[in-house]
Design a protein. Structure first.
Length: 192
């Protein structure tokens, strides 16, 4: 299977990243205190102690947005035809794959091709192990027009939309109003 994946988050995301040098300094004393407390509980006879170094993942409340997938396919088709490529059609299996990934990203409040499994494994589960496949992700865009404009402006996303082998698409948006980006998009494309 030939596959590509690209993600696009609102700018300037990299400027807002925490200073990684301070994480270790803050984490070590907390870990030392946690280990000391665990040892004290074990020594005082408290049974059933389980140690988990990671906090449980918080999942955000989400809801799927109602999209006109046919209109999305028409817009992507028009763009592809302008570049001498074939149009695309909506594929219900790819819509489900897109909704799955947009939902995973929304629930976790972050943009990643790896949440919910690797792109390759997710495409194999959808029956696309021997097909050309690509995935575009985005977060923050309010409308289909906005997200398509962002994907066209991004070299990797644009390359995915203009793969000559692509014939079918699925697109989805899942909203997570309490997260930083609010809206999470996924476009899954595959060959004939």
């Amino acid at each position: 299977m030939r596959s590509t994946a690209a993600a696009l988050s609102p700018q300037p995301d990299w400027r807002e990243a925490p200073d990684r040098r301070n994480i270790t300094v803050r984490t070590v004393p907390n870990l030392t205190r946690l280990l000391a407390a665990a040892l004290l509980l074990v020594l005082t006879g408290c049974g059933g102690l389980t140690f988990s170094p990671e906090e449980p993942a918080v999942e955000n409340a989400t809801h799927a947005a109602v999209l006109d997938e046919v209109a999305a396919a028409a817009a992507i088709s028009a763009y592809r035809v302008q570049h001498g490529l074939s149009p695309v059609v909506v594929d219900p299996v790819l819509v489900k794959a897109a909704a799955f990934q947009a939902g995973n990203n929304a629930r976790h409040g972050q943009l990643s091709h790896e949440i919910g499994g690797s792109f390759t494994s997710r495409m194999a589960s959808a029956g696309l192990a021997k097909s050309w496949a690509a995935e575009n992700l985005s977060a923050g865009s309010e409308t289909l027009e906005q997200v398509l404009a962002r994907w066209k402006a991004s070299p990797e996303h644009n390359k995915n939309m203009l793969l000559p082998q692509i014939r079918r698409i699925g697109i989805a948006r899942v909203d997570a109003p309490t997260t930083r980006y609010k809206r999470f998009w996924a476009l899954v494309m595959a060959g004939g």
